[in-house]
Write a protein that binds this ligand. Structure first.
Ligand SMILES: [Zn+2]
Length: 282
C-alpha cells in the first residue's frame, strides 16, 4: 500500500498474551470469547505490530513492540514470544535492517509499544535503532516518568533511559506535524497524550490505532480495555473518530490483533463493525 508519498509495510515484532477480561473491560466473557478465544489462564493471543513507512528520504517505524529485555518470569506471565517473529526478522523480510531506521514514532511509552527501542548487549543497555531519532509526546513522557499506582506496571524506564542519555529523543507538543505528511490524532483515554499517526492523500486515509482500538473486536463502542486510565474519555474519542472512519472510508490499522492487520469500518445502524479486512504489505 502507498499513501502520502510513503510505501507501507506491516512489521510484526512479537507475539504475547494478556488477560481477556482486562482486554475487554465490562464485556462479559461469553461475548468476548467468541471474538478472542482464551487459554487455561484466561489469556488471549495478541501480537505487537509496527508500521514501517518508507518515503520522503526516511524509514519511519511506528512503535517497536515488546522487545527482548524480558526476564523469564515476565516472559512466562505475558507469554512473550520473540523467537518465531521479531523486529529483525520482520524487517529483513522486506530487505531492511534496524540501522536503516531514521525515525521511531512512539505512540506512547507502554512496554508493549516501546520495549523494542532498546536491548542489552554484553549486559549494557543500547539503542536498537542506532541511527534513529525517537519521537515522544511530552505529556506522555511526564506520565511515564512519574506514573500512578495504576499504570506504573506498564512503564519501564529501560525502554528509554539510554535514548535520553544519548540525546536521541525529540519531544513533541500537541498535534504539531513533525514528520512529512503525517498528521497526529491525540488520545487521552488509554493514557495521557497517546499519538495516533494518520496518513492521507487523494485516494486513501489510514490511521494507526495503537491502544485506542487495539483489535478489530474493540471497534464497537463499549468494548474498551480495563487498562485505560479514563474509559469514559476513550468512549468519547471512539465516538468522535469512528463516524469519520465510516464516512471517509479510512483504513484503521491494528497494533495488537493477531488476525487482522487493518480494516475498513461500517455502521450497521446500531454498532460500528469491521466491514472488510485490508492487507498492508504486498
Ligand atoms: Zn498502551
Amino acid at each position: 500500500m502507498n499513501i502520502a508519498g510513503y510505501k507501507l509495510y506491516s512489521i510484526e515484532t512479537s507475539r504475547f498474551a494478556l488477560d481477556g477480561g482486562t482486554m475487554f473491560g465490562i464485556i462479559p466473557k461469553v461475548m468476548w470469547e467468541k471474538e478472542a478465544p482464551s487459554d487455561d489462564n484466561n489469556c488471549i493471543q495478541l501480537v505487537t505490530r509496527s508500521l514501517l513507512l518508507v518515503g520522503h528520504g526516511r524509514k519511519i517505524l511506528v512503535d517497536s513492540g515488546n522487545g527482548n529485555k524480558w526476564k523469564e518470569k515476565f516472559k512466562s506471565i505475558y507469554n512473550i514470544d520473540t523467537d518465531s517473529v521479531n523486529i529483525e526478522s520482520s524487517l529483513k523480510k522486506y530487505g531492511f535492517y534496524t540501522e536503516d531506521i531514521t525515525d521511531v514514532f512512539c505512540t506512547h511509552l507502554h512496554f508493549d509499544h516501546v520495549g523494542g527501542n532498546t536491548t542489552y548487549s554484553n549486559g549494557k543497555l543500547i539503542p536498537v535503532f542506532s541511527n534513529a531519532t525517537y519521537w515522544v509526546q511530552n505529556e506522555n513522557w511526564k506520565l511515564a516518568n512519574s506514573p500512578s499506582e495504576k499504570d506504573q506496571g506498564s512503564f519501564m524506564e529501560h525502554d528509554w533511559s539510554v535514548l535520553a542519555e544519548n540525546g536521541m529523543i525529540e519531544f513533541v507538543d500537541g498535534k504539531e506535524q513533525f514528520l512529512p505528511n503525517i498528521d497526529i490524532e491525540l488520545s487521552y483515554g488509554h493514557t495521557i497524550g497517546m499519538m495516533l499517526p494518520k496518513l492521507s492523500d487523494n485516494s486513501e486515509i489510514l490511521i494507526y490505532m495503537a491502544d485506542l482500538i487495539p483489535m478489530a473486536a474493540h471497534i464497537p463502542l463499549p468494548w474498551i480495555m480495563s487498562y485505560d486510565i479514563n474509559s469514559g474519555l476513550t468512549l468519547k474519542e471512539k465516538n468522535n473518530l469512528l463516524p469519520k472512519a465510516v464516512e471517509e472510508d479510512w483504513t484503521i490499522f491494528f497494533e495488537h490483533d493477531p488476525v487482522h492487520e487493518a480494516c475498513k469500518v461500517q455502521f450497521d445502524g446500531k454498532h460500528f463493525r469491521l466491514k472488510r479486512t485490508v492487507k498492508i504489505s504486498e
